[in-house]
Write a protein that binds this ligand. Structure first.
Ligand code: ATP
Length: 591
């Protein structure tokens, strides 16, 4: 037997610094290094073939010192951290999981996939965000506009920013481990991008390597199984099939990190006062009970949990369960500029876009929100590189209106040989389709739905084939999600697009006196509705009265699901230019 390079070394954890450079069996450079529980290092291929020859039934004694593996321990790889897997197979599962996450998150759609269907590398466009500890104001009284104004001045504050990759790392002056992080942030501020970047960096082996398994789940996905019974294990298997080979007993031993993205989109009723106890990963229960037990620490108490939410839904998690509250505040002025520079290789183009934004105060403030940077980049790139210039948009509603124009134009170029048409002509041709989409957007926004099935499209008069053609083309307005559960699921590429289209539809209903729709929408808000109802139908309700009622309805919403919709509606009613675009939609009315 060859002499061991590290004979007798006691290993407390597996780290690069303890790893010799050559395999104890072949004495050549270590390839895919693994160590036995006694601390000897081998190339995986060597030890497997050694064991296959000496004992085909599985791992046996260490070829170096003859020690048999301790119970529950087998081979460990470098960087494996606190996980002590039982066999080589488990290592393979964890490796496969990393590869699968890497594949899933290295490219993002970011509403960016254009007519060619191309996706963007997350690492190419990801721009650091300004994330801070604590929340700026009381969750429920927080107002998004105030927040934006604050965001525009954030570089003047003394908050110390946290990189998303350090979200579980405590500051020097803090004590105690951080188990549950709740990250708050307004719509489109980059919460999903942050969790994806965190996951990608982990899967690429760059950050947080003490964590054995990262599980990223969105509430959007969880909604799809909210009526089903699951154990935590089977739930993992549904969304991360690579983990199917992970034995239940290993889950407790591994350092797991669960990320739940988009609490505001949750259709689960999380009841933290319930005494229904689930502490075993194989115990079956409803999805909301599993989640509350996981968050409370009854289930996998050592697992780390990261939840993201828009402000209005943050109160669903009791503060007593949260070890750290953070807030994604968006981009600082420097980060805004960096965003546009990264996005365009044409320096002159990014310079002109940055300069336009700097001259319009509201656009400049809004660009603190990354989703708005993306919409702005799409619109201004199109306008500055095409012959039909026109005045560049200066407000948020104007920008979203132009965004729809840009998408429609892309579709025209693809399907009609790129003939040039005026924005007006485009809207006249596509108004009917866009209004149908608007109806879908509105009806489902009201119900809190963000994912739709074929029957939902049909109910709004949308032809599924037509929608598919559009979804393959206007992916930035509407896209077809992966087949998660056999049935195709559709959604708007970003919730703000759904909110904008819903506002366009409501504005159309008001101006064309579709009283039935308005009455239905405003009904619950008023006791004594019957008399108002009749009044609504008979006389012409003023715009002011209508807007007051809509405002009142949105304020009474507990999760603020109508906030952005109302803001767009105001924009459409106030701005002449926007009204014109909206009236272009109306020229072809849907059934
Ligand atoms: N760090 C970033 N770098 C570059 N682009 C970003 C970044 N964060 C967000 N974006 C852009 O903004 C869009 C919206 O971001 P994201 O979906 O992460 O927001 P969110 O906070 O999760 O919003 P919501 O609450 O509406 O779900 C992305 O699709 C991307 O275009």
């Amino acid at each position: 037997m060859k002499k061991c390079l590290h004979r007798g070394r006691k290993r407390s954890s597996v780290g690069e610094e303890e790893q010799p450079s050559c395999c104890a069996l072949c004495q050549e450079v270590l390839v895919d290094p693994v160590s036995t529980s006694c601390g000897h290092w081998f190339s995986r291929r060597c030890i497997r073939s050694y064991w296959d020859q000496s004992d085909p039934s599985g791992p046996s004694s260490c070829p170096q010192c003859g020690e048999r593996p301790r119970t529950g321990a087998g081979l460990l790889t470098a960087n494996q951290g606190s996980c002590a897997p039982a066999d080589v197979g488990l290592q393979e599962v964890l490796k496969e999981h990393k590869i699968s996450l890497r594949r899933r998150y290295e490219c993002v759609t970011e509403g960016r996939s254009d007519v060619t269907g191309s996706r963007t590398l997350l690492n190419r466009i990801y721009t650091d965000l300004y994330i801070t500890e604590g929340w700026s104001e009381e969750i429920n009284t927080q107002h998004e506009v105030k927040q934006l104004e604050r965001a525009s001045q954030i570089q003047n504050l003394h908050d110390s920013p946290i990189r998303c990759q350090d979200i579980f790392k405590s500051f020097l002056d803090q004590h105690g481990a951080i188990r549950v992080v709740l990250t708050n942030g307004v719509a489109g501020v980059g919460k999903t991008f942050s969790v994806q970047k965190f996951t990608l960096d982990w899967a690429e082996g760059l950050e947080n390597q003490d964590v054995s398994v990262v599980v990223l789940l969105s509430f959007r996905e969880l909604n799809l199984i909210r009526d089903q019974q699951h154990s935590l294990l089977s739930l993992l298997h549904v969304f991360h099939p690579t983990l199917q080979k992970l034995p239940a007993e290993q889950l407790d031993k591994c350092k797991l990190l669960f990320i739940f993205d988009g609490l505001d989109e949750s259709r689960l009723s999380l009841d933290f006062s319930s005494r229904h106890l689930v502490s075993d990963v194989t115990q079956t229960s409803s999805v909301n009970v599993l989640l509350t037990n996981l968050i409370k620490g009854n289930l996998l108490p050592s697992a780390l949990i990261w939840i993201t939410t828009r402000p209005a839904a943050a109160n669903q998690i009791p503060p007593s369960c949260v070890s750290r509250a953070t807030e994604v505040q968006g981009f600082t002025d420097t980060q805004k500029e960096e965003y546009f520079r990264r996005r365009f290789s044409d320096e002159e183009l990014s310079r002109r876009i940055i300069s336009h934004i700097q001259t319009c105060r509201s656009l400049h403030i809004m660009c603190g929100i990354p989703v708005f940077c993306w919409i702005t980049a799409t619109v201004l790139e199109n306008m500055l590189t095409s012959e039909q210039r026109g005045e560049l948009p200066k407000t948020m509603t104007d920008m979203y209106s132009h965004f729809l124009l840009v998408q429609t134009k892309r579709k025209k170029n693809k399907y009609h040989g790129g003939h040039k048409t005026s924005p007006q002509e485009l809207m006249e041709a596509d108004g009917e389709f866009l209004l149908k989409l608007g109806r879908l957007a509105f009806e489902h926004l009201e119900k809190g739905n963000i994912m739709f099935y074929q029957e939902d499209l049909e109910q709004c008069g949308l032809d599924v084939i037509e929608a598919s053609v559009y979804s393959g083309v206007c992916t930035e307005i509407f896209k077809r999600e992966n087949l998660i559960f056999q049935k195709p699921v559709y959604c708007f590429v970003h919730l703000s697009i759904q909110e904008f289209l819903a506002a366009v539809y409501m504005f159309h209903c008001f101006t064309s006196r579709k009283t039935g729709v308005m009455e239905e929408f405003l009904r619950e808000n008023y006791s004594g509705f019957t008399s108002r109802n009749t009044e609504f139908g008979r006389s012409k309700t003023s715009l002011e009265d209508f807007m007051n009622r809509v405002m009142s309805k949105s304020i009474s919403s507990e999760n603020g699901h109508l906030d952005l919709f109302v803001r767009f509606l105001h924009g459409l009613t106030l701005e002449k230019q926007n009204q014109k675009t909206a009236s272009d939609f109306r020229k072809n009315k849907p059934r």
